[in-house]
Design a protein around this ligand. Structure first.
Ligand code: ATP
Length: 497
């Protein structure tokens, strides 16, 4: 993970926000290459989700909406994470990410240990228990630890659990609900009547505008409304680089279906669609898996939620949540606004409140997955047969920030340079391309490998003296072959869509 973070900074993909002032936790900036990569992910999703389908339309709703929206949706009352404070260090923890275990020796509890959630929480707790026993010079057999998180701690246990910050028990508070919405004020008055929220999800925009779209969009059930935009959550513990941040971007789609429709089949279809889409932008199926939310942990209005998980270097984590949300949201907005949220069904001549299937994904989480899946360091041989390290980002041509680098073999040969400039000018009308004439050709290839450019085209003496063809060098195989301009355009047309 450290190597990926370092590359992201070094090559201008991602910077810490406000770095010159020491940064602001949970906020990030996308640099020149990052912004291209992110835009490509968004564009692929928008094209596949909206433009290439006939049943889905787009929307861009405002980030700050009427506060009643968030009362109706349940966010004001319930968009909370359980928070635990350490009274001594002033550190705060998400209770469901802070694990503890009793230290049991010869069947007797002799103390407690704690650890923050990681891919090896149990091992960390076991090691802490062993260390505890050693330090206190306790004789006997240590039982394997039984980890629980702080939401499961009994009140009498809390005083016994050491704070991860101090290592001492007695300073952790009981978990309390912490609302993650960012508050602001609208207008010149700062009182309770002017309170508004930065949206914590884009989805409510689709529900609040449901009637507007139905009345103007010529849509027929089943149909979807899709939106891409920023969301804000005051996460207690932003972490794992851009995986969990406080300002992030979501791509959400609400697919409205008739209340009598086969919602399970529709849910399955969307699960399949989302997984295949992730593969279409280059995520390997081997890194993807499904997590079915257990019935007992589902929100009361949810019929089923399945997350598509991705194997990040820091563990298998949620990438895309696909939820069957019944008609909960529309019913709530109908109740709170007094405006009927209905669809007139021509077939039965009845007004119905549609149900909804919601695939909701974060752009930043996809971008991180793309970087993690694509990053490799390999030993390769240079032209002289010497082994050297190459860093390569195997990004799909669909999302790669630069599709082709155009390289004249030598920068001091006017004929090579002008032919390369001419090709570059033609390609850049349609694609993000890069012109580079500085340095040895091998070094120029390596620079492109590191930023994920799928192909390099070299204009050499055969181009200008013989048949006009270029050398096409493939990033992944490092193979080179001759190619005409028409073949190059056809290749780009097929692979970049
Ligand atoms: P988590 O359990 O990881 O907090 P969630 O279940 O609360 O996520 P949803 O409310 O379902 O997430 O949001 C939909 C998607 O938005 C998530 O699958 C994820 O891709 C993205 N997302 C949610 N919170 C964040 C965040 N803090 N930073 C980046 N992306 C996020």
């Amino acid at each position: 993970m450290d190597a990926i973070v370092a590359l992201a900074k070094r090559r201008g993909f991602i910077f810490q926000s406000s770095e010159i002032y020491g940064g602001l936790t949970g906020f990030f900036d996308y640099g020149p290459l990052g912004v291209e990569l992110k835009k490509n992910i968004r564009d692929c999703w928008w094209n596949d989700m909206v433009r290439r389908r006939e049943d889905i339309v787009g929307l861009e709703s405002s980030i700050i909406m009427h506060p009643k929206v968030w009362e109706a949706s349940g966010h004001v009352a319930g968009f909370t994470d359980p928070l635990v404070d350490c009274k001594v260090s002033k550190q705060r923890y998400r209770a469901d990410q802070l694990f503890f275990a009793p230290v049991v020796v010869d069947g007797k509890t002799v103390g407690h240990v704690s650890a923050l959630e990681s891919e090896k929480t149990t091992e960390d707790l076991q090691a802490a228990a062993e260390s505890f026993k050693r330090k206190k010079a306790i004789q006997g057999t240590l039982a394997p630890v039984q980890p629980r998180d702080m939401t499961e701690a009994r009140p009498e246990e809390i005083a016994l659990i050491p704070s991860p910050a101090t290592g001492e028990p007695g300073s952790l508070t009981e978990p309390r609900a912490f609302n993650m919405m960012f508050e602001t004020h609208v207008g010149p008055m700062r009182d309770s009547a002017s309170v508004a929220y930065l949206r914590p999800e884009t989805a409510q925009g689709m529900f609040a505008d449901f009637r507007n779209v139905v009345d103007t969009g010529r849509v027929k059930l089943p149909f979807g409304i899709a939106q891409i935009g920023k969301s804000f959550r005051n996460e207690i513990t932003p972490r794992n680089f851009i995986f969990r941040s406080r300002e992030f971007e979501q791509m959400e789609m609400e697919y409205f279906i008739h209340p009598d429709a086969d919602w399970l089949a529709c849910h399955e279809e969307w699960l399949k669609w989302c997984r295949e889409w992730l593969m279409s932008i280059g995520l390997p199926d081997s890194h993807l898996s499904l997590h079915e939310h257990p019935k007992a942990k589902l929100a009361f209005y949810s019929r089923r939620t399945v997350d598509i998980m991705f194997r990040y270097p820091f563990g298998v984590q949620e990438l895309w949540g696909i939820a069957a949300r019944s008609d909960y949201d529309l019913q709530q907005h109908q109740k709170f606004s007094g405006v009927p949220q209905v669809y007139f069904d021509e077939a039965t001549k009845q007004k119905v409140v549609p149900h909804v299937i919601e695939p909701a994904v974060g752009v930043d989480r996809i971008l991180l997955a793309v970087l993690c899946a694509g990053y490799a360091e390999e030993d390769v041989k240079d032209e002289k047969g010497n082994v050297e390290k190459r860093t390569v980002l195997r990004l799909s041509p669909r999302v790669a920030p630069i599709k082709v680098a155009v390289l004249p073999l030598l920068k001091n040969k006017e004929a090579l340079v002008s032919r390369a400039r001419e090709l570059h000018a033609r390609l850049k009308r349609r694609y993000a391309v890069f012109y580079d004439e500085a340095g040895a050709i091998g070094r120029r290839y390596r620079r492109q490998d590191e930023i994920g450019t799928p192909w390099c085209v070299t204009i050499d003496f055969d181009t200008i003296e013989k048949d006009g063809t270029f050398t096409l060098r493939d990033r992944d195989s490092m193979q080179q072959r001759r190619i005409t301009e028409a073949e190059l355009i056809a290749l780009l047309d097929e692979k970049v869509y």
